[in-house]
Design a protein around this ligand. Sequence first.
Ligand code: ATR
Length: 277
Amino acid sequence: MSLTPIPLAGVIGSPIAHSKSPQLHGHWLMTHGIQGYYIPMDVAAEDLENVIRTLPKAGFVGVNITVPHKERVLDMADQVTDRATLIGAANTLIFLKNGQIHADNTDGYGFIQNLRQNAPDWDPKAGPAAVLGAGGAARAVVTSLLDVGVPEILIANRTRIRAEALQSEFGNRLTVVDWVQAGNMFEDATTVVNTTSLGMLGKPPLRVPLDGLRKGALVTDLVYAPLRTRLLVEAEEMGCVTVDGLGMLLHQAVPAFERWFGVRPTVDSAARAAALR
Ligand code: ATR
């Protein structure tokens, strides 16, 4: 008699206690009646490769990767998707049956799906996008916005050189704006995205002047704690369409869950509630 192994998955980062992914995947495993587990793992940089090489032998079908390991895991993968190569980081590993490691990045996909689900009338081609921040999250946002046809991206970052690095990589559809003039980007922008950590609980507030926001523009914040950031509250008061950042977290998890457990999960209010628990 052969026993079917219970599939294991998880998330690797450091720190990891704050991660919402275990609640979310746990909820989906339960609603789909799948016998499996999703485990948070705090792994230091020096142990990362050993842990990743060991997990498939311990019954893991894959793992999510979060800060600070998203870039380094690319070196350990045998296959890397185009979008992960473009972003320069992976958030999802799939341990293939032949022993190989497949690396993907679903952050940009999650970002766009969140907007499509919660702002169905959003037209990325309607005008330029304004992006605040030029860190790891901004790379995923910029690649996915260009991918869905945003004609031009204005980008401002406190450390200007990081925005310039993105511009030199992604070319003339990106224009760098000085951080102190970030508010000027909003005048023509039909899409506005905060990818910085400003406005997050425990972090400084986002002080960029918002009075230039266009009525009807789509405004979204990657920060989801709190759910309604000052950016979203004020943008809504000014007649913008606003989408919070929790949906990105939910949607980026969908392709991974489907690959690991063989069922495409639904992003609905129950999944949102599970991630907030
Ligand atoms: P992530 O992967 O979440 O994008 P990150 O790469 O550390 O994380 O980037 C964080 C972003 O928030 C960056 O754009 C960062 O600006 P810098 O490149 O100048 O560091 C921005 N950020 C964080 N704290 C900030 C602050 N106090 N003022 C302005 N920008 C800030």
